[in-house]
Design a protein around this ligand. Structure first.
Ligand code: FES
Ligand code: FES
Length: 159
């Protein structure tokens, strides 16, 4: 079946079997390999993407259900010239080690900061609750997200 999406602001489409997940469509049909396949059952969050403003596990969503909707993947985070504040702050805080959780963590954090650029620690924890990290202990990730929110607030105030 033909599935048509708006991905990172661009119209994209592919003819996929009906049982194709959104993750598979992104990775194997649209060559967007940033979202990762981890557990494949909704537990780890490394496949997270944003669909119409909601963070979803793309391993659990059929591509057909996303037909006609807006999808943001990790590839849509930075613009071509500069890193997103989240990427800068994750690097600065050493918030990633192996990096496997990174795409899901960053996109979940983006979804939070787009709505609430001044989150509390509790709100960050809540927003990232579906994203597992086996390396960092989460503290540096939470600090990086809060710090990135400060940068985004400052940028907004100066614009
Ligand atoms: Fe989707 Fe783990 S691969 S939640
Ligand atoms: Fe390794 Fe998070 S940095 S799982």
């Amino acid at each position: 079946m033909l599935v048509e999406l708006k991905v990172n602001g661009e119209p994209r489409s592919a003819d996929v079997p009906p049982e194709t997940t959104l993750l598979k469509m992104l990775r194997e049909y649209l060559n967007l390999t940033g979202a990762k396949l981890g557990c494949d059952v909704g537990d780890c969050g490394t496949c997270t993407v944003i669909v119409d403003g909601v963070s979803v596990n793309s391993c659990l969503m059929l591509a057909a259900r996303a037909n006609g909707h807006e999808v943001t993947t990790i590839e849509g985070l930075a613009n071509s010239n500069e890193l997103h504040p989240l990427q800068e702050k994750f690097e600065e805080h050493g918030a990633l080690q192996c990096g496997f959780c990174g795409p899901g963590m960053l996109i979940s954090a983006k979804n939070l900061l787009d709505k609430n650029p001044d989150p509390t620690v509790f709100e960050v924890r809540d927003a990232l609750a579906g994203n597992l990290c086996r390396c960092t202990g989460y503290t540096k990730i939470i600090e990086a997200v809060i710090d990135a929110g400060r940068v985004m607030n400052a940028e907004q105030a100066n614009s």
